[in-house]
Design a protein around this ligand. Sequence first.
Ligand code: FES
Length: 143
Amino acid sequence: MEKEQPEKEIYRMLSESGYSDKAIRYYQTKENLGIIVDADQVTDVTGPCGDRMKISLKIEDDKINDAKMQVLGCPGAVASACALISLAKGKTLKEAGQIDLDGLYRELEKLPDQKVHCARLAIKTLQKALEQYTEKAGKSQLG
Ligand code: FES
């Protein structure tokens, strides 16, 4: 039997596990993964499963001009992080803070049920970054 291409094989495995085509595409293209070197905010969160996400945000006039996420984790974590960043880019801080699990799930279309916590971790990371940035910005205005 001919050996399957690794990409196709991974696609098949993820699809059988319950990932939508769109979620698999995010996982495979790794769109939005990485770090912004001159970021205005960098926040690192470790989930209960031990996986880690680090988000970096470039913010101007209360708007997220650019964002990236580094992920040490499972395919659900990678797909969630990539999808969340594409939702958050171009939004105001307030709009980005309103992205919830439902919104992220709409973007991903489908993850396996056991992967809900991965999407939650992505949202928690963004929310914590927004909180820390707002706190910092508030302090610098006072000082
Ligand atoms: Fe930890 Fe997916 S198993 S984020």
